[in-house]
Design a binder for this molecule. Structure first.
Ligand code: 4AD
Ligand code: MG
Length: 478
């Protein structure tokens, strides 16, 4: 095809006075004359002015919201308000019509719920265009951050034979005919006859494999899809989500916290730098949306202020034990306002508690460490108190847990004990234990939920709106 100019380049460039070709989708067509054209390169539209007196009526009728067109003409300084340049079209060609009676996206505001039902078209709205450009920038920034530090990008398997978190909640992978599966003498399904010769699942985390790589390459990270069959129908859980999992040899829990804070700040700064138009649009969107909410439910900060605040402040670091003290003596706990009241040390923290600490008590991002061993995974390093493990959760405003991680248990005997206590079948994990048998060393890592980070960056409130095609209980459309 002939070369086209991207609208982003035309709006910010020095092409005035030259003839250019643009291609995109019509957002609106006003007075039979003014096309607002968007090609996805920016949230902004280019005004294409049609010489309607010299244009065929049939063609004019086909310039409708949603249609795909090509326009050729001269780029000129704009006379009208709201744009710096416009295209005076000498020719307009229609690539694809869009019947205005049937096109589901009208030039008006649609609810997010409605747009979720037409996720195949929602990319064409300002809101989702902005979200997915930001999602791209954040992914790129993460790769850049780790690459520049000398980490290696490791591809962990998607189909695994292990349950990395020891938490169950996995999707099975099988090639057996489920109506007629192979059975053993006792009538149980015989996975030895299945495709892989064993029971397999979609991975819940690439951590264990990342540990294997880190104990040779010293600094690695994964960035891939992970899957959890937990039946949590919340605005913060997906059945398929993307996770970034760095794993670092010769590092402890403090190095781990430093890395997490540095990475989060890097990505926030990168996106603020590279997507200012998208962020400004989303900030305005949020302000408008919140106008309909009662004062006490509105966010205390606008989006840009919130992002800047995250950059400007050290994250608060404290132990689980101190957090429990704060929560126990907090107003909502005393007044019975928590759905899960905090009574004793040992309680698992719910998102209401995490958000209280971040949004009400410290009013900034928080890193909690040293959780009771009972509520955390088997691979986390046992502290000297024998009661807590060197776990770490990073908690963010509006979200709660955005990162979970730990220093890893590198001592073979302690790890084997923990596995036994937690009923993790050691015989299936010999490959993992080998790293502790041969050249074990202190190491640490964490997992960042990519969609939760995108929630923070975009100010959106439902995780289903920050991944192109969300998978959650009862839904795997598209
Ligand atoms: O805390 P999690 O379960 O930790 C792990 O999986 C470790 N193996 C990570 C590691 O140490 N390498 O999950 C890590 C993060 C959470 O903090 C959260 O942000 C996100 O993954 N997450 C989810 N995001 C969306 N939907 C879900 N169902 C999620 N479950 C966890
Ligand atoms: Mg966690």
């Amino acid at each position: 095809m002939e070369k086209r100019s991207k609208i982003k380049a035309l709006l910010g460039g020095d092409k005035v006075g030259t003839e250019v070709t643009v291609m995109g989708w019509v957002r609106t067509f006003r007075n039979n004359q003014f096309i607002a054209l968007n090609d996805g390169s920016t949230i902004k539209t280019l005004q294409v002015v049609v010489d309607f007196e010299n244009t065929d009526d049939d063609l004019l009728k086909r310039i409708t919201t949603g249609s795909a067109i090509k326009a050729i003409g001269k780029l000129v300084e704009s006379q009208g308000r709201g744009q710096t340049v416009e295209l005076q079209a000498s020719t307009v060609e229609i690539f694809g019509d869009s019947d205005p009676e049937k096109y589901p996206l009208q030039p008006k505001k649609h609810s997010l719920e409605f747009l979720r039902e037409i996720a195949h078209l929602r990319f064409r709205t300002n809101t989702f265009g902005a979200i997915f450009r930001i999602r791209h920038s954040a992914a790129y920034a993460i790769h850049k951050f780790y690459n520049d530090k000398g980490f290696y990008y490791m591809h962990s398997p998607i189909i695994t034979g292990s349950d990395a978190e020891g938490a169950g909640e996995m999707f099975q992978v099988t090639a057996m005919d489920m109506a007629n599966p192979h059975k053993d003498e006792d009538g149980n399904i015989n996975y030895k006859e299945d495709f892989f010769g064993k029971h397999t699942n979609l991975t819940v985390s690439g951590q264990l494999e990342a540990e294997l790589a880190a104990l040779a390459l010293s600094e690695v990270y994964t960035f891939g899809p992970t899957f959890r069959a937990e039946n949590s129908n919340t605005s913060r859980h997906l059945a398929e989500f993307w996770m970034i999992e760095p794993e670092v040899a010769f590092a402890d829990i403090h190095d781990n916290m430093d890395l997490a804070e540095e990475m989060l700040k890097y990505v926030v700064a990168y996106v603020m730098d590279h997507n200012p138009d998208d962020i400004e649009f989303l900030e305005q969107r949020l302000i408008n949306e919140e106008k309909s909410k009662p004062q006490n439910e509105r966010s205390p900060m606008a989006l840009i202020e919130k992002l800047q605040f995250c950059l400007d402040n050290d994250f608060e670091r404290l132990t689980y034990t101190r957090a429990i003290d704060i929560l126990k003596n907090s107003k909502p706990n005393k007044k019975g306002k928590f759905q899960f009241p905090i009574e004793d040390w040992g309680a698992d923290l719910q998102s209401e508690h995490e958000r209280y600490l971040v949004e009400k008590h410290f009013k900034k991002p928080v890193i909690l460490i040293d959780y009771p061993k009972e509520i955390k995974s088997f691979y986390m390093r046992l502290n000297d108190d024998q009661k807590t493990v060197a776990a770490m959760d990073v908690l963010f405003p509006g979200i709660g847990e955005i990162i979970g991680g730990s220093q890893r248990e590198e001592r073979l005997d302690v790890l084997e004990n923990r596995m036994e206590e937690m009923n993790i079948p050691a015989e299936e994990m010999q490959w993992f234990l080998d790293t502790r048998r041969f050249g074990s060393c202190p190491h640490a890592g964490f997992g960042l939920g990519f969609e939760r980070l995108i929630l923070f960056l975009t100010g959106m409130s439902n995780i289903r709106d920050v991944i192109p095609f969300p998978r959650y209980p009862g839904s795997a459309e598209f």
